[in-house]
Write a protein that binds this ligand. Structure first.
Ligand SMILES: *[C@@H]1O[C@H](CO)[C@@H](O)[C@H](O)[C@H]1NC(C)=O
Ligand SMILES: *[C@@H]1O[C@H](CO)[C@@H](O)[C@H](O)[C@H]1NC(C)=O
Ligand SMILES: *[C@@H]1O[C@H](CO)[C@@H](O)[C@H](O)[C@H]1NC(C)=O
Ligand SMILES: *[C@@H]1O[C@H](CO)[C@@H](O)[C@H](O)[C@H]1NC(C)=O
Length: 783
């Protein structure tokens, strides 16, 4: 308010001054008028009539006008009144530029009579221009660390006004780094320079903008401004510095190779190469070098290999940033590998009970463990089975579970359950593992196999080929599955084994296999025990009897109890006497075992002598045998069975001699009488014989002791009787009786008996009583 009042007052003063000047210069040599530039058109300047001392109307009468070289028309003269008015607004700067004073000369011309007056219009400056800088911005590059006191010359501003209205002063916006020095070069030129007051730090203040104000001397002063843009130039006075000294990043383990882990960023406050940073690992381990790579320019840390949370959870890397000037800084990057639910839960079955017996109370069906290699929620698991099953899962220690029956099971209502154990982890995405247990609700092995036929009779011909098979009836078992019949066994025996065969419907039946030949005669019937075993534990079993009847074939010939029958029969045994009973047997049965006996190819003599009872085998005499005729018979006897097979035996029939023949003496020669005194004279030559055999045929020939004769055995039952008297002569004539004894007790005797009264014949009589075979004590035997 106050300033405005002052301003208005000043304007009026100028105007008043002009008017005053306008009237104060009249006449004289040169008329001088003053006007301030920018004065309004029509402004009264002076009254020329008065200034020239002319009367009113004289000017017009004399033909008065204003003449000027340069400027015409800026003044207007009223010839009637003589008033000189400003015809246009004047701009001093346009009319005179920097020239001061700004004088516009003009002439006042009077034509009648001609008279010329010189006049001047002085245009005075007013402060109507502000200082102006040619550039809107002045740029100054100043190295940081420049020593305070350094000066920087500034561009000058221009001001069209002159004199006091021209530039007078410079100021700079307030700041801590610079002040301004204003100099006057003495020619009215004012210039300025910046003076550094404080060390610049580019890193702290990389640039400054100051406002430079140029002030003129007007009142009030006018001003113009420009901006001083100060760029602080870098020197490598800074080490690269990481934005963060510790980067903690979490990287999912399934991140693909090449993916960005983190971008580390170091700053170097320096510029240019001093600020150019190269990133590198700082003493990285092999593992880190294999897993990561860093872009040296961008600081991007990338994955070079796949991560595996389950293997390594954390990597700690040191990264170095180095600037072009060799300074470096470090940071640490801790990479936490985060678990991805990349491992499905696992189900490890520890034990599994199958089948389960029906009607059992709570039974542990399965024991298993679940595990998930992930961590956190990814490793948390939920384990379940389907609803509506009579089973429950019971968690146990350390991820162990038991699957138990909830209620006793009833095989009859449901014989089988399919249980799916589902393990789900709580990770994202959910990973599920399933295990299907097919549970038979198993029937108890409460039934034994039963054969419908308790006894099976097999008729097998003897001599059947080995390996021949005989299917047998199978056993039934009310249990199912493995509790049903699985196997057949046969009691130990040498002939058969049993094979377990499978029917097309899965049932098992036994098959008997002959492994050793059957021989009815040896074993006409074989009793076997067939056992059917089920697959339960313990096994249950059922048995049946298998009676193998070996069917006969005529494979046996009759066979005699002994190959040779030796029989003695006394001669003269009566007709019909039983000689012997032969007996053959035949192991075959039936007609194959029925035997009839016959004489085998008997001679006529034998046919007449012996007969055999074909049924009983009794051999009897058909006629009497005579030892002296036939001593022995050799007879073949045949036994024939109903099948025509036969066997033979031999009967050696020895006819036993009966002592029915007395010894006989046959005289061959007899010398009688015997001349006396003849030396050793053969008295008689005789032979002794007995048709009986054996002892019955043996003879002893003897003579009495007290005779002068000697019996001399000769060849072949021949004897000579010789005279062995003392002088070799037989002086007496005797009649001798020779006593011969037969071998058999009942033998008859013939005697050659000397006719001597004292003959001793007692011994023969005695012996014959005691023993049918006797020997004379003095006799000698000859054959
Ligand atoms: C220039 O301006 C400054 C600040 O306003 C003042 O201190 C100084 O006296 C002035 N100088 C001149 C020559 O007017
Ligand atoms: C490093 O990063 C820069 C900028 O992102 C890129 O131009 C350059 O190809 C990268 N170098 C490598 C080796 O990837
Ligand atoms: C159990 O699964 C088996 C095989 O898939 C199938 O044959 C049987 O019928 C199923 N039993 C039940 C009771 O679902
Ligand atoms: C388990 O059984 C269900 C139903 O039959 C079937 O969909 C699933 O694929 C089975 N799972 C396994 C692991 O066999």
């Amino acid at each position: 308010m106050e300033a405005r009042v002052v301003h208005a007052l000043q304007n009026r003063q100028v105007l008043l001054l002009c008017v005053f000047l306008g009237v104060s210069w009249a006449g004289a040599e040169t008329l001088r008028y003053f006007v301030a530039e920018e004065t309004e058109r029509g402004t009264f300047l002076a009254n020329l009539a008065i200034d020239l001392g002319l009367g009113t109307g004289e000017l017009s009468a004399r033909g008065c006008r204003i003449v000027s070289d340069k400027t015409t028309g800026f003044l207007l003269l009223n010839p009637l009144t003589g008033d000189l008015l400003l015809n246009e607004k004047l701009d001093r700067e346009e009319l005179c530029g920097p020239t001061e004073p700004c004088v516009l000369p003009f002439q006042l011309l009077l034509e009648k009579p001609f008279q010329i007056f010189h006049a001047e219009l002085w245009v005075r400056d007013i402060n109507d221009h502000s200082p102006v800088f040619l550039d809107r911005e002045i740029t100054l590059n100043i190295l940081e660390s420049t020593t305070p006191g350094a000066t920087f010359l500034l561009e000058s501003a221009q001001d069209s006004d002159v004199g006091i209205n021209n530039l007078r002063n410079y100021t700079v916006s307030s700041n801590v780094y610079f002040h301004i020095n204003v100099h006057d070069n003495g020619e009215g030129n004012v210039y300025s320079e910046l003076v550094l007051d404080k060390v610049l730090d580019r890193e702290e203040v990389p640039e400054l903008r100051l406002t430079l104000t140029a002030l003129d001397g007007g009142s009030p002063p006018r001003s113009g401004t420009t901006v001083i843009h100060i760029l602080v130039l870098d020197i490598n006075d800074n080490v690269p510095e990481f934005v963060e000294s510790l980067y903690k990043v979490q990287v999912p383990e399934n991140s693909p190779v090449g993916s960005l882990v983190v971008t580390v960023s170091a700053r170097d406050l320096d510029t240019g190469s001093n600020g150019e940073i190269v990133y590198a690992f700082f003493y990285a381990t092999e593992r880190i070098l294999k897993t990561f790579r860093i872009n040296s320019t961008s600081g991007n840390l990338h994955l070079k290999a796949e991560l595996n949370y389950e293997a390594i959870q954390t990597y700690t890397l040191t990264i170095q940033a180095k600037d072009g000037g060799g300074l470096s800084g470090k940071c640490t990057v801790v990479v936490h590998v985060t678990d991805i639910n990349d491992n499905p839960p696992e189900l490890l079955m520890s034990s599994l009970t199958s089948p389960i017996a029906e009607n059992s109370p709570e039974t542990v069906v399965a024991v298993f463990r679940i595990r998930d290699r992930d961590s956190g929620n990814n490793a948390k698991m939920v384990c379940s089975i389907q609803d509506h099953l009579p089973f429950v899962l019971k968690p146990s220690v350390e991820n162990f579970y038991t699957l138990v029956t909830e209620t006793p099971l009833d095989r009859e209502s449901q014989a089988e359950y399919n249980i799916t154990i589902t393990v789900t982890d709580l990770g994202t995405p959910r990973l599920i593992t399933g295990l299907n247990l097919s549970k038979v609700v198993e029937d108890i092995n409460d039934h034994s196999p039963v054969f419908t036929e308790r006894e099976m009779i097999l008729k097998i011909p003897e001599n059947s080929p080995l390996g021949i098979t005989f299917p047998l009836s199978n056993a039934l078992d009310l249990d199912v599955g493995s509790n049903s019949v699985q196997n057949y066994k046969i009691s130990p025996n040498s002939h058969f084994e049993v094979l377990t065969r499978k029917l097309s419907d899965g049932r098992m039946y036994p098959e008997l296999v002959l492994k050793e030949e059957l021989d009815r005669e040896e074993e006409p019937e074989i009793l076997l025990t067939l056992t059917a075993l089920d697959g339960g534990s313990p096994h249950r079993y059922g048995t049946a009897q298998v009676r193998v009847e070996v069917v006969d074939s005529n494979d046996n010939a009759p066979e005699f109890g002994q190959p040779i029958y030796k029989v003695h029969i006394p001669e003269n045994s009566p007709v019909g006497s039983l000689v012997v009973t032969v007996s053959a047997s035949d192991l075959d049965s039936g007609v194959y075992g029925i035997i009839s006996y016959t004489l085998f190819q008997p001679s006529e003599d034998i046919s007449k002598t012996l007969e055999v009872n074909p049924v009983t085998g009794e051999i009897r005499l058909k006629k009497q045998v005579d030892f002296e005729t036939v001593v022995s018979y050799e007879v073949d006897i045949k036994a024939t069975d109903g099948g025509g097979l036969s066997g033979k035996c031999t009967l050696l029939l020895q006819v036993v001699d009966v002592n029915d023949n007395p010894p006989e003496v046959t005289l061959s020669a007899l010398t009688s009488p015997i001349p006396e005194n003849s030396p050793e004279i053969v008295v008689a030559v005789f032979s002794v014989s007995d048709p009986d055999s054996g002892d019955n045929g043996k003879t002893i020939t003897s003579i009495q002791d007290d005779l002068p004769f000697l019996l001399k055995p000769s060849v072949k039952n021949f004897y000579t009787l010789v005279d062995v008297s003392g002088d070799g002569t037989l002086s007496h004539s005797y009649q001798y009786e020779v006593c011969l004894r037969g071998g058999s007790g009942t033998g008859e005797f013939k005697f050659v008996k000397p006719i001597i009264p004292n003959i001793q014949a007692q011994s023969s009589g005695r012996n014959s009583e005691e023993n049918p075979t006797f020997r004379n004590s003095f006799g000698f035997n000859f054959q």
